[in-house]
Design a protein around this ligand. Sequence first.
Ligand SMILES: [Zn+2]
Length: 406
Amino acid sequence: MAGFRFIAGLALALLQASAFAGMLTAARMWPSPDYTRITLESDAPLNFKHFTLSNPERLVIDVEGIGQSETLANLSAMVTAADPYVANVRSGLNRPGVMRLVFELKTPVKPAVFALNPMGDYGHRLVIDLYAATAAAQDMAQAPPPEKAVPASAPATAPANLAPKFNRLMLVAIDAGHGGEDPGARGASGSLEKHITLKVARKLKEKIDAEPGMRAYPTRDGDYFIPLHHRVNKARGVKADLFVSVHADAFIRPEARGSSVFALSENGATSAAARWLAKRENDADLIGGINIDVKDQYLKRTLIDLSQTATINDSLRLANYVLKEIGEVNTLHKNDVEQAGFAVLKAPDIPSILVETAFISNPEEEKRLNDDAYQDKLASAILAGIKAYFDKHPPAGRTTKVAREM
Ligand SMILES: [Zn+2]
């Protein structure tokens, strides 16, 4: 009995001693059109609970074991007027050992609050993702991808003016690699892959939109993290005809250089280097941080799709055209298109490629990647490859060149 009391007392003492054991080391906010993410980084795992309140709309998060700090106090200063969800953040001690964070909201939200273990340069993270609560804007990762629409053939008896027109725009999904919590690779002089990919992607979008009969659809247009499978789902949601993911390569040895183009592989990577690269690019989800529940749902859904083989063949064709054009602008890292298990290339019905524009880890290439004129050249080369592909392989539904030029 005395022993039990001693142990219980000791446990209580330890509990009290650890009441403020955790320390917030950083706080970040990433508002975006898709969702707003708030990340609280700490030196120890945090216990937390959350609930929402209405009139006015609020999200309350009780975090155990952290004290008031400058990091926490600065959170409200990070709220931008453009944030679609958050109006203000307050924090204060709710009861001994429990810090209460109150997010004052502009609109009802569907929150996802989850913890992440240390990964990459990050310590423990408490992630708060705020999605629109409306049915139309369901938790982005959970909405099943819409079925690809197949243009219906005209009934033989249909009047000519009711026949389907196959002059719809060719839609190219442009995927700027990384973003937000996930910086991607880092150059020797500090350039981040996520900023370079966005710049090249924006230039490519502009060029595609300027082409008659073509439109670009950016998977992201700002500095925020999008899970890999959601990039795929977004492209499928708009029924994109092609998917082009823009990246910048990195290697331990600074002399590694050149551009490469990749497609998905069904049966393992074409080289050890390609396998390594795909793993690094797929780690984006771990660095950026996704809710494990959502990830599981996604994995359950990712069954072998018979249309994948045909799509990969088209992806390889597209990749070869783009590789040829990029070869006019930069040294090629490898002379052939390579294949590996890139998660972002897994749309079963959209030819998809991943372009490693150059090595950000090579000081000379890092400099060029930051150069506006060079980014423009890269974008032009990718566009030329896409056009060459469309010329030879018009997507189903617009099989004649004449129709596409209408
Ligand atoms: Zn990348």
